[in-house]
Design a protein around this ligand. Structure first.
Ligand SMILES: Nc1ncnc2c1ncn2[C@@H]1O[C@H](COP(=O)(O)OP(=O)(O)OP(=O)(O)O)[C@@H](O)[C@H]1O
Ligand SMILES: N[C@@H](CCO)C(=O)O
Length: 353
């Protein structure tokens, strides 16, 4: 039996759109058992799936449709294994809210790649696992943070023009088979080596991440559709100047609230996403280190709608202000204090129960 744990993540941290990611201490857990004395069952690809946790009513348990097991199947098929090993059972326990900007899909994809690695006894290293994950979810900020842990900066290699033009490579393309359809026997496209690169930054131990999670979903795809396709030089310089400071000021101990607050300002995604998230602009402008002791900086988490407030304390009061502002828009929220997840994805073999 194996237990795979994948942290959630918050992408962007203000100005680092599609670049910066922070792995946080809420974990997708995948429990894998393989009973090899079972009967082969080609109709289920030899795999049964159970799911507990958030959004259970919406998650497809068919292993050829479920994002996590389908990603695992992609990895297996790239290694000429057409199905899961006979008698595979995957229990997914997921506390990461779906479509809220906390990297639920990145965690599922990274978990799926690790699942494929374990089931196929492939022994792939993390750089290669990153390549596979990026073929399915081309957001290195979430995916590298979830896989490696901590506070990371990432970039993608320049791909060929056709691949560059695609924002994401849908699983339907990497696994050339209609979901639930007949196995065509085709080998899916093998990822090039070294698609994505990352670098870990230090993080000051005093800084915690307060996540205020509204009770509605914003799909990443929708939150990218509202963004412009080009930006003014002025806005790009605004973000680059702040991003250049951000990675250093978040490692300074003790943290400097004034510097962090200004280094977390953004002009290239948050203002546009405010159209999807009532109250966002007001929250980002009105919750500051001068109004709330302990607050260091505030941003939209990933594609939203979660708000991420970095703070050293006073979490209740900061959360209460943001929750009451959302309440004026008829939106309820939950909140959690999270810490950087330093270890990233782990996979531990345990004796069968
Ligand atoms: N554990 C899981 N198992 C299967 N599917 C999942 C799982 N987690 C997420 N998903 C799929 O991913 C979708 C959410 O992905 P989306 O990219 O829109 O948001 P997110 O990853 O939560 O946020 P963000 O990318 O902004 O951090 C869900 O609606 C679901 O289809
Ligand atoms: N950087 C991406 C992360 C979403 O997963 C975005 O903000 O759209």
């Amino acid at each position: 039996m194996w237990t795979i744990k994948v942290p959630c993540s918050s992408a962007n941290i203000g100005p680092g759109f599609d670049v910066i990611g922070l792995a946080l201490s809420m974990y997708l857990e995948i429990h894998v058992t393989i009973k090899s004395d079972s009967q082969p069952d080609p109709s289920s690809l030899n795999c049964t799936v159970a799911y507990t946790g958030v959004g259970a009513e919406d998650i497809d348990l068919n292993p050829s449709n479920n994002l996590l097991t389908r990603t695992a199947l992609y990895v297996l098929r790239c290694h000429n294994q057409r199905t899961f090993p006979v008698g595979t059972h995957v229990h997914i326990h997921n506390p990461i809210p779906l479509g809220r900007g906390l990297g639920s899909s990145g965690a599922a994809v990274v978990g799926g790649v690790m699942l494929g690695n374990v089931c196929g006894k492939l022994d792939l290293d993390k750089p290669r696992l990153l390549d596979f994950a990026l073929m399915v979810e081309r957001h290195p900020d979430n995916v590298a943070a979830a896989l490696y842990g901590g506070f990371v900066g990432t970039y993608l290699n320049e791909l060929n023009p056709e691949d560059m033009a695609r924002k994401e490579v849908p699983l339907a393309e990497v696994l050339p088979q209609p979901a639930g359809g007949e196995d065509t026997g085709l080998v899916p496209p093998i990822p090039p080596n070294g698609i994505g690169h990352f670098r870990r930054f230090d993080w000051a131990k005093e800084i915690k991440a307060l996540a205020i999670i509204p009770d509605f979903e914003v799909s990443t795809a929708k939150a990218r559709e509202v963004l412009p396709t080009s930006y003014s030089r002025k806005d790009m310089i605004f973000n680059l100047q702040r991003l250049a400071l951000l990675t250093t000021v978040l490692s300074d101990s003790p943290p400097n609230a004034e510097l962090i607050y200004s280094a977390m300002q953004d002009k290239i995604h948050q203002p546009y996403r405010a159209t999807l998230i009532p109250g966002l602009t007001d929250i980002l402008q009105s919750v500051t280190p001068s109004t709330h002791k302990g607050l260091l900086g505030i941003c939209l988490s990933g594609a939203g709608p979660t708000i991420l407030a970095l703070a050293t304390g006073n979490f209740d009061a900061i959360a209460e202000t943001i929750i009451s502002r959302f309440k004026q828009e008829g939106i309820t929220c939950q909140w959690k204090v999270l810490e950087p997840a330093e270890d990233g994805t782990t996979c531990v073999e345990e004796p069968d129960k």
